[in-house]
Design a protein around this ligand. Structure first.
Ligand code: ADP
Ligand code: ASP
Ligand code: MG
Length: 437
């Protein structure tokens, strides 16, 4: 039996949902379906989740909610009409309930979740499948932290005896007192993985709008080659480092149960896509893929004899801990240490952070550099192959890109470099040309 998750582009309109239904009906094993909210139908379109979050934010500023919800309502009515199921789902009463819920809600999660809920209701009605609300199977603690093992028990009990088809909304669940909580953006991938583990699926199919996991972001590299097979660990590295075709946390539930993930294209269902499998795959390829993200700051801390100062790193990191901030990398020299931190972690606390560091470790010099990008070149094939790093650095220097930091884990599964944000696209293309093209 298979669990299939359909993303926002697959659920974007009545027309695409008909393709989704065709895929589900073409294989009797596709019994458990997880869906995202309707995404973009064209480049400038707005994802339903973004419209809902905007409605929440504007409502809390005092704007009239019914006006903000009207275009969202219209979009769902349009989908229901295209599918010929306008009499099967009472969208008017569901939207009344959504309006009341948003007004009563102190956090955006309830609003954000409604796109998935409606999307699942409509697909269930169209297919004649049972709708099961994610609140019944996905559990968060009161502080919003996802409770994996409790959820697995809940989901297993609720789903294991299902003979006929079920549609479940992705992206959200609830606390034990019934308050809605969501995963981070793109989190329907995580729901699909949770359901796959709970029902012990033979495979977790993740249906999207590209022919599987590609060797680089198709918005940066023109026509990147697809990756036919990927290991769990390579997936984790690539998705964490910005290949957002799959949420980086979707690996955990399936890894516990050794379930393969197959990334497939709703708009080209015959294409085999990418298989993601446990273990190290034996390939002759050196590099599996490239991923990256922008928006990092580096803080260089220099102090003579730093290496002799017992507890130096602990003192430095306790500043971050006190500010509840996580860091990405911490490369070090004899008298220097560099913290690489995401802008999103720092928020408006840069002054506080720098002040805290000065106080905690009294550096001789402290230098801040903003607008950095990180790029990961990933592949099991790099291990024990001399010369990979030098090829990478040569490729970057050939196009005039200056490397600001290098980090290679001892697993030799990746080499991460930091470059200036303006060099990001150029650097990815240069690495792609060197190793993949
Ligand atoms: P869905 O709505 O189906 O969840 P997403 O938009 O979340 O789809 O993810 C698919 C998109 O991820 C692709 O359209 C592509 O633009 C982007 N993407 C970024 N990096 C990669 C990559 N390495 N391989 C494939 N797609 C990628
Ligand atoms: N709809 C949510 C988002 O846009 C979750 C998802 O698509 O997976 O982030
Ligand atoms: Mg997604």
């Amino acid at each position: 039996m298979k669990v299939c998750k359909f993303g926002g582009s697959s659920m974007a309109s009545g027309e695409t949902i008909k393709k989704v239904a065709e895929i589900i009906r073409s294989d009797a094993d596709r019994k458990f379906v997880v869906v995202s909210a309707p995404g973009k139908r064209f480049k400038e379109d707005i994802k339903i989740t973004d419209s809902l979050l905007n409605a929440y934010a504007e409502c809390k500023k005092g704007k009239a909610l019914d006006k903000l919800l009207a275009p969202i309502f219209e979009r769902f009515v349009g989908i229901a009409t295209d599918l010929g199921i306008q009499d099967k789902v009472d969208l008017t009463s569901v939207f009344k309930e959504i309006e009341q819920g948003i007004v009563a809600s102190p956090i955006p999660d309830f609003a954000a979740a409604q796109g998935e809920r409606l999307s699942a209701m409509l697909l269930a009605a169209y297919l004649g499948y049972e709708f099961i609300d994610a609140r019944e199977i996905i559990r968060f603690a009161d502080n919003g932290v996802f409770n994996a093992e409790y959820t697995n028990d809940l989901a297993r009990k609720r789903l294991s005896d299902k003979q006929a088809g079920v549609v479940i909304p992705g992206f959200y669940g609830s606390t034990s007192s019934g308050q809605i909580r969501t995963f981070s953006r793109g989190g329907s991938d995580v729901t699909g993985a949770i359901v796959a583990r709970a029902v012990k699926a033979e495979i977790y199919e993740n249906w999207t709008d590209v022919n599987g996991f590609l060797t680089a972001d198709p918005r940066i590299v023109e026509n990147p080659k697809p990756i036919p097979e990927l290991s769990y660990r390579e997936l984790r590295e690539l998705s964490y480092m910005g290949a957002n075709v799959l949420h980086p946390e979707s690996i955990f539930p399936v890894r516990k149960a050794n379930i393969p993930i197959n990334i497939k294209n709703t708009f080209d269902p015959q294409n085999p896509g990418t298989m993601i499998l446990p273990g190290v795959l034996q390939h002759d390829r050196l590099i599996t893929g490239i991923a990256g993200k922008k928006g990092f700051v580096s803080i260089l801390i220099e102090k003579s004899m730093m290496n002799n100062e017992i507890g130096f790193t602990r003192k430095l990191l306790s500043v971050l801990e006190n500010l509840n901030m996580s860091f990405e990398h911490l490369p070090s020299g004899i008298d220097t240490m560099t913290l690489i931190i995401a802008d999103s972690e720092i928020g408006n606390k840069l002054q506080e952070l720098v002040g805290g560091i000065r106080e905690a470790v009294s550096p001789d010099r402290l230098e801040i550099q903003s607008d950095l990008a990180l790029i990961a070149t990933v592949g099991h094939g790099m291990a024990y192959k001399p010369g990979t790093a030098s090829r990478l650095f040569t490729a970057l220097s050939r196009v005039g890109v200056n490397i600001k930091m290098i980090d290679q884990g001892s697993s030799e599964l990746n080499i991460i470099v930091a470059v200036s944000g303006e060099d990001y696209e150029k650097a990815i293309n240069a690495i792609y040309e060197e190793f993949i093209n």
